[in-house]
Design a binder for this molecule. Structure first.
Ligand SMILES: Nc1ncnc2c1ncn2[C@@H]1O[C@H](COP(=O)(O)OP(=O)(O)OP(=O)(O)O)[C@@H](O)[C@H]1O
Ligand SMILES: O=C(O)C1=C[C@@H](O)[C@@H](O)[C@H](O)C1
Ligand SMILES: [Mg+2]
Length: 169
């Protein structure tokens, strides 16, 4: 049996949907952002501020290696940048079925308005940053995914239902 791996942009709902899906399937939720915070003993914002983004990406790579050792089928929620590095893509696909939660910039902006936990969206110009980064990353998400679920206008429960439907579970 394989893991279900959720990928997609910040605010797509990977953590929220992952939690609900894991509860429904009676599986463990493994959230890479959370695993990194536990390992580093501090918040992601602090890792970015003190050590910079490259250090965070190295931690993501380590977590990905750790996940390859997980035996029991789980639901894995990834950080929004996990598939950006090309070498992470086959590693993600080897973990199981990769589901891309595809979201429009408008939805991201609505969901993450006032949020201070995503360092890449802090400071001014969040709107253009979301549009640019999402367009830049779209090919990486598509390249990694086995399945695509457009999530705009859907509740987390609806997204869970769609993922179950697609995978006959
Ligand atoms: N389907 C949904 N409908 C409405 N709001 C949602 C939905 N999914 C998630 N949200 C809300 O959007 C915000 C971001 O969701 P979440 O943290 O799950 O995103 P994420 O994809 O894990 O982002 P990141 O890549 O930064 O970890 C949360 O406030 C969450 O409650
Ligand atoms: O899209 C990204 O690059 C990120 C998304 C978040 O899940 C975190 O992994 C971090 O804030 C970086
Ligand atoms: Mg998340």
């Amino acid at each position: 049996m394989k893991h279900i791996v959720l990928i997609g942009f910040m605010g797509a709902g990977k953590s929220t949907v992952g939690r609900a899906l894991a509860a429904e399937l009676g599986r463990e939720l493994l959230d890479t952002d959370q695993m990194i915070e536990e390992k580093a003993g501090c918040r992601i914002t602090e890792i970015f501020a003190r050590q910079g983004e490259p250090a965070f990406r190295r931690l993501e790579e380590e977590i990905l290696k750790q996940l390859a050792e997980e035996k029991a089928p789980a639901v894995i929620s990834t950080g929004g940048g996990m598939p950006v590095f090309e070498k992470n893509r086959p590693a993600l696909r080897r973990l199981g079925t990769v589901v891309y939660l595809q979201v429009k910039p408008e939805t991201v902006l609505k969901r993450l308005k006032g949020d201070t936990t995503r360092p890449l969206l802090q400071g001014g110009g969040a709107e253009s940053r979301v549009r640019e980064l999402l367009a830049e990353r779209e090919p990486a998400y598509r390249d990694t995914a086995h399945e695509v679920v457009p999530v705009d206008g859907m509740s987390a429960d609806e997204v869970v239902r769609r993922i179950k439907e697609l995978n006959n579970i």
